[in-house]
Design a binder for this molecule. Structure first.
Ligand code: ZN
Length: 410
């Protein structure tokens, strides 16, 4: 089995499952913090562990440009380089190069682009993306796709989807031939990631013990990364369904839905996700890339999405925006200057247990580096706690409370 996936509980279409990676289990539905350049900005790895993050993302484009995938490979792979022995997922680099609209050119072969750092010319192809991702050595790697721009005419969306399918096949062919070149081959860390999982779940008092007992019987762990296919198709439900069907025919151990959250309405995002989820196999992980606000990720998890990632909690934190059980707050607002309460009265994270809104505001308006650290730690705690509550609700078989907002996320 390339990537064992054990469903432990279901509530309607929502699932609580475990992805068993060589670097520990990932409980789903999972929110994955984004660690662009081998770091979740402003947060040390030990704090990510304490927050209960079981998988984080690395960005292929950034790590390829700096420090370079060959250097990372030489230093033992990204897990070792950044001292993170839990699961890692890398994107294909596609999304980043497409967002460099002035600096890139898309051809059948791949995408040529200029580095945003020094202007040098580079070419990403499906094969090159696989080579880089294997060198970085994430547990889950992504097929090289074209993120269709929005808005896009139907014929343009179809042509883009067709190219993504051809690139998916090329990604898979190269990946299958080279996946054993991963830097951690033969030194799999195994179940070390479980330390954090046990700790994190203790904060949910009613968590049934059965889940913990079952998790102690682990299936055989993977010895190579797993490659996920990506569904595209723009904002056209029929193209999305066709993309899903044909990507599934290529047979990947997991599937992502890409090209969403690119400026469309939330209703449209949900329609596209719903159309694709009907097609994707239920016995494999399903990942929606680049979403979303807390209430959105709860909604998508309820629809049956297993994995999500977003820069929102980390990026917003650096701009002073905090997600709380009482809604979003802008900590730089003068009204918090004398506020002795925590950022979120219902949050038990290390920031909310220790610091006041008045202090967080002071740090932010004074441009102190600690502002970014503390705001990010709280926002990640809020997102990760939200997903923990969702998993708990699925285990209890009832998501209605969390969806209606009558049960707090944290
Ligand atoms: Zn907090």
């Amino acid at each position: 089995m390339t990537l064992p996936f054990t469903i432990e509980a279901q509530a309607g279409p929502a699932r609580h499952a475990r992805i068993h990676t060589a670097h520990g289990d990932v409980e789903t539905p999972a929110f994955m913090p984004v660690g662009t350049a081998g770091t979740v900005k402003a947060v040390p790895q030990d704090i990510l562990e304490d927050l209960g993050a079981q998988v984080i993302l690395g960005n292929t484009y950034h790590l390829y440009l700096r420090p370079g995938h060959e250097l990372v490979r030489k230093l033992g792979g990204l897990h070792k380089f950044m001292s993170w022995d839990r699961a890692l997922l890398t994107d294909s680099g596609g999304f980043q190069v497409f967002s460099l609209s002035e600096l890139r050119k898309v051809k059948e072969e791949g995408v040529s682009f200029r580095s945003h750092l020094d202007g040098t010319s580079h070419l990403f192809t499906p094969e090159r993306s696989m080579e880089i991702q294997i060198a970085l050595g994430a547990d889950i790697v992504m097929a090289f796709d074209e993120c269709t721009e929005h808005p896009a005419e139907r014929e343009r969306a179809r042509a883009s989807m067709e190219m993504t399918l051809r690139w998916a096949k090329r990604s898979k062919d190269y990946f299958e031939a080279h996946k054993h070149e991963v830097p951690w081959k033969g030194r799999v860390i195994g179940r070390s990631g479980d330390r954090g999982i046990g700790k994190s779940e203790e904060s949910v008092p009613a968590q049934p013990r059965a889940a913990a007992v079952r998790s102690s019987i682990s299936p055989e762990l993977p010895t190579t990364p797993a490659l996920f296919g990506i569904v595209q198709g723009g904002m056209y439900a029929d193209l999305r369904r066709e993309s899903a069907e044909r990507t599934v025919e290529l047979d990947f151990p997991g599937y992502a839905i890409g090209g969403l959250s690119v400026g469309e309405s939330r209703a449209k995002t949900m329609d596209m996700i719903a159309a694709v989820l009907e097609i994707l196999p239920k016995d494999k992980p399903r990942y929606v890339m680049g979403v979303g606000y807390p209430e959105e990720i709860v909604q998508y998890a309820a629809m049956g999405v297993d994995m999500m990632d977003c820069v929102l909690p980390t990026r917003a934190a650096r701009h002073g925006l905090l997600f709380t059980s009482e809604g979003r707050i802008n900590i730089k607002n003068a009204r918090y200057a004398q506020d002795q309460g925590p950022a979120d009265p219902k949050c038990s994270c290390r920031v909310c247990s220790r610091y006041t809104r008045a202090y967080l505001r002071h740090l932010f308006v004074s441009a102190e580096p600690l502002a970014g650290v503390l705001n990010t730690v709280h926002n990640l705690a809020f997102y990760l706690d939200t997903m923990r509550s969702v998993r708990h609700a699925i285990t209890l078989g009832d998501l209605s409370g969390i969806l209606s907002g009558s049960v707090s996320f944290t």
